[in-house]
Design a protein. Sequence first.
Lengths: 226, 489
Amino acid sequence: MRRAVTIILLIILALGISRSLAKIPFGAHKTKVGKYYINEGIEETGATNIVTSVVLNYRGFDTLGEITVLFIAAIGLGAVLTTNVKGETRKIQPASLVLYTGCRLLFPLILVFGTYIFIHGHLTPGGGFQGGAIIASGFLLIYLGCRERRINRVASNLIESLGGLTFVLIGLLGLVFGSYFLLNFLPKGTANTLLSAGIIPIIYIAIGFKVGSELTSIIDNLIEES
Amino acid sequence: MVNPVLLIAVPLGLAFAIPLFAFFWRPAAKYIPPAALVFNLVVSILLLAQVLENPLIVSIGGWQPPFCIILVAGPLGVLFSAIIALVGLLVSVYALDYIKEGPAEKYNMLFLLLLTGATGVVLTGDIFNLFVFFEILCISSYALVAYLRDKAGIESAIKYLIQGAVGSSLLLIGIGLLYGLFGTLNMADIAQNIKSVSPVSVFVPMVLIIAGLGVEAAIFPLNAWLPDAHSSAPSSISAILSGIAIEVGLYAVARVIFTIFGASSILLFLSLLGILTLLIGEMCAFSQNNIKRMLAYSSIGQIGLILFALAIATSYGVTGGLFQMISHTLSKALLFLAAGYMIYQAGSMEMSALEGLGKKMPLTCLAFTIGAFSLVGLPPFIGFPSKFLIVQSALAAKETFFSVLIGLALLGTVIEGAYFFRVVQVLYFKGEETNTPRKDAPVTALIPMFIFVVLSIVVGIYPKLVTDVLNSAASELINRLDYIRNILG
């Protein structure tokens, strides 16, 4: 009886919601800001990757918020997981030689690939977040393969801090040079070249370092705890 | 002219820079939040004089709205950012001595980011940007609730995290649907076009957004996380959560309902919800023996009253609701701050442990008593004019329905009075006479507490000091056409 009532209620709810959603023209030409970004994006921002031009230029303020959210998640996790007992050593079983050597071989390649992804964020798919995540995956590999290795926490905290600060300072420079926060005040260059799109690559490099070190410190915290 | 974006950018940059400063000089971490908040307070006050005449709209990145994110510094937003900076400043001074254990550097970063998120929510003119700042506010409060790393803290933080995350997802889905409908995220732009689509399509996004924001605003029945979270956080954080976080949630609800949707049809429902929240909160508070849980439930009650006042939707009613928000912020922050050291001294949050504390820590208990009287609404404190305004506006409203509900609200106030007087009685008139030495809270705690006391007395005697600002803030909320015209020209 109860189950039947639940099912009927759910059906009524689902019908109501679907009736309401049926009219919403997702992805239609009507999305006016979307159309504007596609038509004007490259010319106005200099970034060939339109997603990047939206993420870092038209809506750069949101991205500043997003990196703050990630920052909070990392330090929040650090605050909650900080252990009171220091110097406690656990027995670590070393990985096999194949795994050990494989990880050492792959690690620099992963770093190079991650760096490529965030430096070319304004030209090809990808960007600071993706590149940072790839770099962190390289560190994860080291944590799994070379088990006694640990990152330098002080250095990773400083990189995080500098990355965030760079973003805010570039924003403030825009305020100084053109009275708009996050204004793209540098020359836009020719589209499709590495040195184009003004402040976008600089911000993406800062984000790449920041996200990479943040995700790595999350991995570090979780591995210490497990 | 000061750019309102500095209110967000400067504290954000300083929060990022805390590890850098701490690397060179360890104690620097705890002095940065007060410094950043002094800056915010000064800038907000400078702006306030200016935006009372004309709201200030700034674009970020230099494009035209709706293609970029804008900040709208109207009287409402700047008033809120001033209150956030003021309360945050006083609480951060209190925390200088109060936070002794744990990773203090991380505490200070999270604290400052929480307030930055709150400031962003009240200033932004873009609905997705509102979501982003809302997330900053919420996620840093999850982490801060668990800061003491005891069992109660972790448990309540996880409860809060789960409910908050569900709420945020609903909010995000709602925003996604709105974007699908209108192809824009600018609040004024959405508001302008909201009547052009059928009300059925708008209904689901509206419900999702209000429910999502309602979790953080602690509207019944979405507030199960609040008593646990507010009572097991460190007291300085409880003061911020109760005094700022839920008010900002409620601001967002009001902004969405009044400005974006212009929905007058659900106001009656919301006023009913408000009264329900009020009565349930006050009755639960009455039955508590744990002082911080009692204060937390009383926050639920106050939120109910504010929601009710906002839902009256006349200029009187909204002014009363905003006034009540300010009076609740000042009084509840004061109560939590005082309770922090009372618990520290008594060694327990149980009411029975507080017996006779009035003689051991006279100043702290005096501050607590004044906070309690102000919250109940006794003259000459700030709670009196704000509650009086709400009663007046409910009686003046066209619907007799509100007059009935205000009777119930007054019943809630009576219950509120009963349990607060019980605490005051326990503090001063219970317990044996012992000759324990006086040991009051440290000066860094007493100064913020007495600033709150002075503020609530001064505004209580001269409500005119704030009512002008409140009136123009209320009219910003009610006159959505003016809001749209100011932004889109």
